[in-house]
Design a binder for this molecule. Structure first.
Ligand code: NAP
Length: 488
């Protein structure tokens, strides 16, 4: 089958409606919203545009199924997660094409995300069996302390466009494992992957109403009333710090339990003793994964002065060799950015750095033609005050600066309100530990350009977020602790 024919088929196969109470239904107002292919700027299809009434119906369904799902044996919840894991993997090829069409990244990268997304269901099918508690004596020996873990209850999940499936399964995996029902609102720019996941959950026998999905052009207008609804118990959000901050504020009214996976400004530190081949490979991965549109993307490179120029040159050689194009074409490694405002922001940050004296090694010029493409770009000798060092780039731009000492490297790395992840390249084990301890981030990639892993606690400190996703910690986010004082 040609790619074009395959593209039509994968889009046609997806339900374009709202998934509420186990039924696929049109939006109550009859409205739809367009999904655009960022590589062509052409519409791909339309999906239902939920109203606040639809959002409420989704919460009604989640609330009505909460007690039943919480009482479902852990073995059954684990079994559904495992089957969903298997079905996602079985469909990885077509899900990858679908994701590329709505989001832009190369099919090989979409496929990697699909496998990563499935992995959360595999991991949490195991965690579903490990909801534990404890039992101990009061210190004075008179009574007993019984601690139990119970599902938080109906949860609202809001996910971004940059990882359209994995950011959903990273929340749904632990929620389903813990016994929580959910309402999911994917980003309006990439609703198709989440709708395809809804179909998979339905096929593997998840009871209707346990997971409800609505797509909408009015994210604030639909989720706002849900956040104010006293029946909602948790909000799990992945997206920008700006929106996250507003959602935390809105959640204060009902003292909602919140998990926030927000923006980043990851420093990538290369010390003079680093293995330079390894550092350049790590940099390529940390920068170019997802076309730089990742919260974990290396946003700024701080490189020891004696090796700075060589590092920038070698990274530029690698980045210049990456083929740009539509993600469904062979060998493409750099797809389009998500939309025109994102591309403009990247171009603006590059211009600002150049005006402040940075040197262009490669890239920096907008290509002609359709699609929101931006070329891989390396800037060297970037001054510390350049905006590109302080704002999330979300594009294929690597700004390189320098430091003179370990203390200065740590200080530069920490000079940001964000604290998601940092990357450190050094062969000195003592320095590695000192620097890892000194970094104000939730995660560190030590001689490694990627940290994402279903079994590890992913998350940030400072203004990068609250809580962790993945690992056993991810399950805890959907559990409450209840303590019973037992009089014997
Ligand atoms: P965004 O604009 O904050 O949007 C994220 C989600 O929130 C989307 O579903 C969006 O829906 C929705 N949203 C926007 N305004 C809202 C409002 N007022 N009320 C309720 N929902 C609202 O972020 P984005 O541009 O999609 O994603 C990129 C950001 O996500 C970056 O900052 C990145 O670092 C961060 N991110 C963080 C992590 C992490 O794990 N820490 C992972 C991935 C991405 P609509 O777009 O349909 O309005």
């Amino acid at each position: 089958m040609s790619i074009a024919a395959e593209e039509h088929t994968v889009v046609d196969k997806v339900q374009k409606k709202l998934y509420i109470g186990g039924e696929w239904r049109d939006a109550s107002g009859g409205g739809t919203l367009e999904v655009i292919d960022p590589a062509t700027e052409e519409p791909l299809c339309e999906v239902a545009d939920a109203t606040p009434e639809d959002a409420k119906a989704a919460l009604d369904a989640a609330v009505s199924m909460q007690a039943e799902w919480a009482a479902t044996p852990a073995n059954d919840r684990a079994g559904i997660l495992w089957k969903a894991f298997e079905l996602i993997v079985e469909r990885a090829d077509e899900l990858a094409v679908l994701m590329t069409l709505e989001m832009g990244k190369p099919v090989s990268e979409s496929k990697a995300e699909i496998i990563y997304a499935a992995d959360f269901f595999r991991w949490f099918s195991g965690e579903a069996l490990r909801t534990d508690g404890s039992y101990k004596q009061f210190a004075n020996g008179t009574s007993r302390v019984l601690v139990m873990k119970q599902p938080v209850g109906p949860s609202l999940m809001i996910t971004p466009w940059n990882f359209p499936l994995a950011m959903g399964t990273r929340k749904l995996g632990p929620a389903l494992a813990a016994g929580c029902t959910s309402v999911v609102k994917p980003a309006s720019q990439t609703p198709l992957s989440m709708l395809a996941l809804g179909q998979i959950l339905e096929e593997v026998g998840l009871p209707g109403g346990v997971v409800n999905i609505f797509t909408t052009s009015s994210s604030g207008g639909t989720t706002g009333p849900l956040i104010e609804d006293p029946r909602l118990r948790k909000l799990s959000f992945t997206g920008s710090t700006e929106v996250g901050r507003n959602l935390i504020e809105a959640s204060a009214k009902n003292v909602l339990k919140v998990s926030m996976e927000l923006g980043g400004n990851a420093p990538f530190l290369v010390f003079e003793d680093a293995d330079l081949d390894e550092a350049v490979e790590g940099a390529l991965l940390a920068k170019m994964r997802n076309i730089g549109e990742a919260c974990t993307a290396a946003n700024r490179f701080h490189v020891a002065e004696p090796i700075r120029e060589e590092f920038a040159r070698r990274l530029a050689e690698k980045m210049a060799s990456l083929k740009i194009g539509r993600g469904t074409e062979d060998d493409v490694k750099v797809g389009p950015l998500i939309d025109q405002p994102s591309r403009e922001k990247v171009a603006e940050l590059v211009e600002d750095a150049l005006e402040r004296g940075a040197k262009r090694v490669i890239g920096g010029e907008l290509p002609d033609g359709r699609g929101y493409f931006y070329p891989p770009t390396v800037l060297d000798e970037v001054p510390p005050e350049a905006r590109v060092f302080h704002e999330e780039i979300f594009g294929p731009v690597a700004p390189v600066g320098t430091f003179a000492s370990e203390e200065e490297a740590i200080a530069r790395a920490n000079d940001t309100e964000y604290g998601l992840v940092a990357y450190v390249f050094t062969r000195d084990i003592k320095r590695a530990i000192r620097v890892c301890e000194g970094l104000e981030t939730g995660m560190v990639g030590l001689n490694q350009g990627m940290v994402s892993n279903a079994g590890a606690p992913f998350g940030g400190v400072k203004q990068s977020g609250i809580g962790r996703e993945g690992g056993h910690e991810g399950l805890e986010e959907f559990l409450e602790t209840k303590y019973v004082a037992v009089n014997l």
